[in-house]
Ligand binder design. Sequence first.
Ligand code: 3IO
Length: 339
Amino acid sequence: MRKLSLIILGIIVLTLTTIALAPTPTLAAEIKLSYANFPPAPTFPCVQMERWKKEVESRTGGKVVVNTYPGGTLLGAKNMMDGVIAGQADIGCLCMAYQPGRFIVTNATSLPLGIPNARVGSLVLWDLWYKYQPDEFKQVKVLAMFTTAPTNIMSKVPVRNLDDLQGLDLRASGGAAQILGAWGANPVGMPMPQTVEALQKGVVKGLYSSLEVMKDFKFAETCKYVTLTDTVIYPFAVVMNRDSWKKLPKDVQKVMEDLRVEQSEWTGNYMDNHVKEAMDWSVKTQNVEVIRLSAQEDAKWDAKLAPLTDKWISNANSKGLPAEAIVKEMKMLIKKHSK
Ligand code: 3IO
């Protein structure tokens, strides 16, 4: 009898231990979110998207699943903002340069005011948006803001001086396109993903953007010249549909709010490092020539840009915006974040 009860006790103990040690079955995600992006997966807007997805999924303990749609499979470059407002995607990543008239305040970051890199650009853009909270973002929840590294000329023909640039067809959008125009080039506007075909067909002779695209879009295979100008950045935003945001539980909202500045700065840092890596690759394996302007030539280029900020100010003033204050704020923020 004693032996039997010991055996029974043993079985009970074993069973309980097995139950206690068994992995708890993973709960099915309660919340599924779609995240749309316009360029292909290996490019920086999508790299930051995957990082955000990973952070949100782990910080919410698997309660949230983010399904990502790179390459314009859910929403494209130009309908990103309206698509998110309409709820075709919960979240979307957009480049403000593709709708310059729509994002006047935040596009002030594309004025030639000397943003030195993507980390500073991203923090300046974030602070500028936060301070002015412009109407154009009122219909969405802003989840991150970041910028590219400063723009440079990538071309099939060498650009060594302003003469080489006259009438040259180069792809650019928004503020960057205005800068090219001021230098006498012929800016051709189109979103980045269409540039691959435009270069192949010879519709453009090059482009004006941040240099990590030399590797990520393999532009180094056709554009054998890079002229360093380090002039302006392209501003981006990650936005969420308002109703999708309101439906989230408070703890999930907190995870996303806490991530906002961190994600913006992370993306700036990633961009700055990736530009270096992409240019090393371009020079070493693709025979790309990097052209540096002399101080004298550089001064000539800079002089052509002087009227652009005044032009932006008078346009923004006419829309009832505190334009001078915005430019002043920008200069202060660039200094503050460059320290
Ligand atoms: C950009 C857009 C998509 C993917 C990679 C990119 N690197 C820089 C940009 C900036 C941009 O939108 C543009 O049009 O130059």
